[in-house]
Structures are given as structure tokens and as C-alpha cells.
Design a protein around this ligand. Structure first.
Ligand SMILES: *Cc1c(COP(=O)(O)O)cnc(C)c1O
Length: 375
């Protein structure tokens, strides 16, 4: 059994993907070819925003957003304490300071109450100027945008939506990657919409930011490539990756999102009475980057993982440390207990195999083994 079976997906989509790759090579436009433009237009339409600017990976997409906002030293960015490292890393890379906000134990996403407390504390300490809230749509579920947007407005902060895991999710029909003032996603292979290497994209309705990000991703270009009006980066999407993403995006919309939601629903039906299963609030739709259980303790979690492994079932711990617990951030001086929920999750979560091509038999086998272990 595979944790996320990308080979099976390739077997199904092979004719279209192979043709896309061969056409891209034959065209000779290896970087930012016509497939890149086509993909950007299709993604912008799907998400429901004016601009999609593709780039080299999700981390760069976050960086491009922060650069276009001129984030700098002395400014604070509020990030959830329970996420992939890159969400905070890009803030530090720009010289600003991440402030770690605890998360909600039902949704794994940033807790709006903890967020407002962190903003107030930062203001009253007076050392850092609050600028941005980076929300993460963790495991495919959009963050609590209704509540977080209110807080952003109240304190005049920008929202950067880190939708690296969230592409395809929605709240009341409004799509993930449309909730931020700028939003991003990643096409890393194992993300909900993945390519066959690295890739990413930035989304925004703001013309000025979109233009600027378009410049920043090509060495700060001006009216043409060798007119450089600002310091930028080299962060473009390869034509081959766009050619791979186009048929994968069609499958994603046509059936993969539905199928992965059916898989998640079957897991929940089988497991809800034996273990804490993921909560999808009313009106929310997840793209299930992960299906994550919360066990009672680290011992129980580690025991379950070992038991599954013996049965040939892969599982993963996303994430084994809260961000404030990472060595890279030891100088920020956070203490144990600063984010009780994130710390508990790091000890107790376990993600099960899930992808659009998983069979009911596999889900039943995994569920049976989880139940047997816990009984
Ligand atoms: C994967 C991921 C990123 C980084 O994306 P890359 O394409 O790997 O650079 C950023 N944030 C979150 C939440 C992620 O899961």
C-alpha cells in the first residue's frame, strides 16, 4: 500500500501526460511556454481571482508575496504554530519575525482567539509592528477565514493564505487560494494538485501586486527581460511541469476531489467511534492533503504507527514538532506550554494513507487495523 499513490495516478493519466511532455519538448519553449500561460488562466478562473502567477515552488510563492509587500525587519507575521516549516521560514528570510499562534484541535488550523491575543500582546510589547497574518489551510481544510478576516480588518493587517495543502478546498463555495489578499499554492508532487518536480503559484485580485510579482519572479524585470527595475529572484515554472499539470488539473476537477472526499468519508464512518477523526465544519470542503487522527498520547500514537507498519501500512507524523520547538527558532525564546494544542498535536497525530485512487478495500484494511490496535 502506498501513502499517496502517484504511480497509480500516472497509470490512469499516462496518455495525456506523456503527450503533454512530448509536445512541450517539441515546442522548444522550455521555460514559461504557452502551457504555462494556459495553466495560469485555468487556475485563476477555477479559484475565482483575477491573477495567477506561477513560480518555481510554494516557498518561493510565499516569498514573492512577502517581497511585494516589502516586509522587513521589525515587522511581525502571525503564523500558525502547527504547519510545515516553510510558512515561517520565508518570514525570517525576509528579516521579519514570525509570531507563533496556537491552533484549534478540531481543525488543526490557526485559532482566531489565540491570534487576537498574540496581536494584542505584540502591540502592547511595542517591539514589533504587526503586518501580516499567514493562514495555512492545513491538510486541505481552509482556515477560519470568516473570523480571521474580521481580525485582520480590525488591526489593519494583510492576509497571506498559505494554500500549499489547500488547493481545491472551499468555504460555502468560495475556493481556497481566494481568501488571502495574496494566496499561494504548491505543486510539490504529494500536494493535492502536484506536478513531477517543484512548482508553485501566487493568486491575487490586486493588479499592482500581480504586476510586481510578475517582475520579481524574473529578476525584477521592467518592460523587458534585460531591463531590471528592482532586485528579484529567478522563480519560474517549467513548461513541462505546466504540461503535466494541465491534464492532472482536469482529473482533479472532474473526479479526484470527489473521490478523495469519498475516501475520507469512508475512513470517518469506520473510525469515528474508536478514535478522534478530522472535523470538517459546516460549509467547509477539504481537499484532503492528509487524513489525520489524534491519538490519546505519544505512546499510543507511536504504538499504532508501529502496528500499522507491521501490517505493511504506511503512515506519517505531520508534524512531529511545533514550529516554536524547532532548533532554528530556539533564539526566539518560546517556552514549553506556549502553544498547548500544537504541542499536544505534535505528540498525538498520525496521518493515514489517502489519495483519490485508494480502494475501499485498502481503507477497510487500514481502519480494521487501527480499530484492532485501539481495542
Ligand atoms: C509544502 C508546503 C509549503 C512549501 O511548498 P514547496 O513547493 O515545497 O516549496 C509551504 N507551506 C505549506 C503549508 C506546505 O505544506
Amino acid at each position: 500500500m502506498q501513502f499517496r499513490d502517484l504511480k497509480k495516478q500516472y497509470q490512469v493519466l499516462k496518455p495525456q501526460i506523456d503527450k503533454g511532455i512530448m509536445d512541450a519538448i517539441a515546442s522548444g519553449a522550455f521555460i514559461m511556454g504557452k502551457e504555462v500561460r494556459e495553466l495560469e488562466a485555468a487556475l485563476a478562473e477555477y479559484v475565482g481571482v483575477k491573477h495567477c502567477i506561477s513560480c518555481a515552488n510554494g516557498t518561493d510563492a510565499l516569498t514573492l508575496a512577502l517581497k511585494t509587500w516589502n516586509l522587513k525587519a521589525g515587522e511581525a507575521v502571525f503564523v500558525p504554530d502547527f504547519t510545515f516549516f516553510a510558512t515561517a521560514e520565508v518570514v525570517s528570510m525576509e528579516g521579519a519575525t514570525p509570531i507563533f499562534v496556537d491552533v484549534d484541535k478540531d481543525t488543526f488550523n490557526m485559532c482566531p482567539i489565540a491570534l487576537e491575543e498574540a496581536i494584542k500582546k505584540t502591540i502592547s510589547e511595542g517591539k514589533l509592528k504587526p503586518r501580516v497574518i499567514t493562514t495555512v489551510d492545513l491538510f486541505g481544510l481552509p482556515a477560519n477565514y470568516p473570523a480571521i478576516r474580521k481580525i485582520a480588518d480590525k488591526y489593519d493587517l494583510l492576509i497571506l493564505e498559505d494554500g500549499a495543502q489547500g488547493f481545491g478546498g472551499s468555504i460555502d463555495g468560495k475556493m481556497a487560494c481566494s481568501f488571502g489578499d495574496i494566496s499561494i499554492t504548491s505543486f510539490f508532487p504529494a500536494k493535492p494538485l502536484g506536478c513531477y518536480g517543484d512548482g508553485g503559484a501566487v493568486f491575487t485580485d490586486n493588479d499592482e501586486w500581480a504586476n510586481n510579482i510578475n517582475s520579481l519572479r524574473v529578476h525584477g524585470k521592467g518592460s523587458f527581460k534585460y531591463d531590471n527595475v528592482q532586485i528579484g529572484v529567478n522563480s519560474r515554472l517549467d513548461t513541462i511541469q505546466a504540461a503535466i499539470l494541465l491534464p492532472k488539473f482536469k482529473a482533479f476537477k472532474d473526479y479526484e476531489l470527489d473521490d478523495i472526499n469519498k475516501a475520507a468519508a469512508l475512513y470517518t464512518e469506520k473510525l469515528k467511534d474508536v478514535v478522534k477523526t478530522p472535523v470538517t465544519p459546516e460549509g467547509y470542503y477539504s481537499s484532503w492533503a492528509q487524513y489525520t487522527l489524534i491519538l490519546d498520547s505519544r505512546e499510543q500514537r507511536d504504538g499504532l504507527q508501529a502496528h500499522l507498519k507491521e501490517q505493511g501500512i504506511p503512515s506519517m507524523v505531520y508534524y512531529p514538532k511545533a514550529l516554536h520547538d524547532q532548533s532554528a527558532y530556539k533564539d526566539l525564546g518560546y517556552k514549553k506550554g506556549s502553544s498547548p494544542v500544537a504541542e499536544m498535536l505534535a505528540e498525538c497525530v498520525l496521518s493515514l494513507p489517502i489519495h483519490p485512487y485508494i480502494t475501499d478495500e485498502d481503507i477497510e484494511k487500514v481502519s480494521r487495523n487501527v480499530s484492532d490496535f485501539l481495542k
